[in-house]
Design a protein around this ligand. Structure first.
Ligand code: DSN
Length: 486
């Protein structure tokens, strides 16, 4: 593990920093200080398998707790709507520089507060850059700031006619990829592509056929719950064939791109027009977002704030700079490879114990377990696992009969426990513990005595047994070793 990771023993300095911070907080609102202590204790004592979570380094965490939080800095580096932004300029420029270097991107924008925000910035930049009107074409105007009110009247109508094609939520796509209840499914006419009903894999020919028929302005690739790699070169071919912009949301696998596990056709950055990500998942940074873009989109991405974003979170941009600097260290590549190796071991652990996995395995950082073979809904499985100290989240499987609330799946990711130092042997044990819980859980009944999709009955003794086993694994792979709170 690198010095940047949370697995490296940390000295008295970090302990003293947190002790002092908690003392200051406790003097104002002791319950917040207590909840903060408790959160560390809870995270230390549970098996965190939520695929979108991780443990940021103390350097990243400490960077967020400073007076940068107090500064307004709308605008861009060197071009702010507020005075005295010279230090914000420094940290924002550093975050963008590290992002460009790490991902090999021509342009990076570090301001988005989250993944949804990053995607909104991307949508805006694509609309502003690509939607044509007769007046615009005649004048040759591409800068939306130079439009007259009449031009805007036409452009507003044209914005409302645009189409987006993204991966469906139950196939593993994200809410913001055109799912109807999300703003992305309302601001665009949307259609969704899914996965092959037999293999569970993306069928690029089917995506291409849909794109030819639908002719989207935006083709979105990327996922939150698809356990496989994507051929972004092929997705770009599809986009080019129909004149679409390829936007890739790499929030889940940005760490695997940064760590050079996904290269060539599996690296979205050289293939996509615009790439968005969060910084807190496999990338192991602070909670936030990032947009990478080809030069032609840069000016419109730069208008993200105040177009769709509130004032940038300068303290978080500073922490993004620190996290991205960590991700540029060679040790991050070792970490990223371990994420993928561990996911394979987890999948193998399930398959040898006759569990059902969507797509039959994984080649990224996550595994999607279909729990219907245990006679359970995802909600029941998630709750039973939590009782045994295993933190997961329920997730739809393709064409899920239980819908997005109860679901039929549980999504499991390896980034967080890999940070703690878990390896393939530990992940095999984790698979055995999960199978032990699920195979000894029965669906419960409703108050009226009917079948319930939520309640469950876990056999006596299982939770205690699994918790004891997990305590051994966690003790051998401590979170923030050396961090002792007084
Ligand atoms: N909520 C994130 C996840 O869990 O995948 C995506 O936004």
């Amino acid at each position: 593990m690198s010095a940047a990771s949370t697995g490296e023993p940390m000295g008295k300095t970090v302990s003293a920093a947190y002790d002092a911070a908690l003392e200051v907080i406790a003097a104002v609102e002791p319950r917040v200080a207590q909840a903060t202590r408790q959160e560390l204790a809870d995270q230390r004592s549970s098996l965190k398998l939520i695929a979108s979570e991780n443990y940021a380094s103390p350097a990243v965490l400490l960077t967020m707790g400073t007076w940068f939080s107090d500064k307004y800095a709308e605008g861009t580096v060197g071009h702010r709507f507020y005075a005295a932004c010279q230090n914000v300029d420094t940290v924002e420029a550093l975050a963008a520089e590290h992002a460009r270097e790490l991902f090999g991107a021509p342009y990076a924008y570090a301001q988005p507060h989250s993944g949804i925000d990053a995607n909104l910035v991307a949508f805006w930049s694509i609309l502003a850059n690509r939607v044509e009107t007769p007046a615009l074409a005649e004048k040759g105007v591409r800068n939306v700031n130079e439009l007259t009110e009449d031009d805007w009247e036409t452009l507003r109508k044209r914005f409302g006619e645009q189409r987006l094609l993204g991966m469906s939520l139950d196939a593993g796509g994200h809410l913001t990829h055109g799912f109807r209840p999300n703003i992305s499914g309302k601001m665009f006419h949307q259609q969704q592509y899914g996965t092959d009903p037999t293999t569970g894999l993306l069928d690029y020919d089917a995506v291409a056929a849909k794109a030819r028929e639908f002719k989207p302005l935006v083709l979105v690739a990327g996922y939150s719950a698809y356990p496989r790699r994507v051929d972004f070169a092929r997705m770009r071919e599809i986009a080019d064939e129909v004149g679409a912009v390829l936007m890739v949301d790499m929030a889940h696998f940005a760490g695997l791109v940064a760590g050079k596990v996904f290269t060539g056709d599996e690296d979205p950055v050289p293939h996509a027009h615009v790439v968005t990500t969060t910084t807190h998942k496999s990338l192991r940074g602070p909670r936030g977002g990032l947009v990478l873009a080809q030069e032609e989109f840069a000016a419109d991405v730069d208008r993200g704030c105040p177009m769709v974003l509130g004032g940038p979170l300068s303290h978080v941009m500073a922490a993004k700079a620190v996290a991205l600097a960590e991700a540029r260290q060679p040790a991050f590549q070792t970490y990223a490879q371990a994420i993928a190796d561990n996911a394979k071991a987890l999948a193998e652990g399930f398959l040898t114990r006759d569990a059902t996995l969507v797509t039959g395995g994984t080649d990224n950082h996550l595994v999607l377990l279909d729990v219907s073979s245990y006679g359970l809904t995802g909600r029941q499985a998630e709750s039973a696992l939590l009782e045994a100290g295993v933190v997961t989240n329920r997730n739809s499987v393709p064409r899920d009969p239980n819908g997005a609330w109860y679901t039929s799946g549980v999504r499991l990711g390896t980034p967080a426990l890999t940070t703690r130092g878990f390896g393939p042997a530990e992940f095999d044990t984790v698979a055995s513990m999960i199978v032990e819980v699920l195979s000894q859980t029965q669906p419960g009944t409703t108050k009226a005595g009917g079948p319930s999709k939520a309640s469950y009955v876990l056999a006596d003794g299982v939770a205690d047994r699994v918790r004891a086993r997990s305590a051994e694994l966690l003790a051998a792979n401590p979170l923030y070793p050396g961090l002792e709170l007084g």
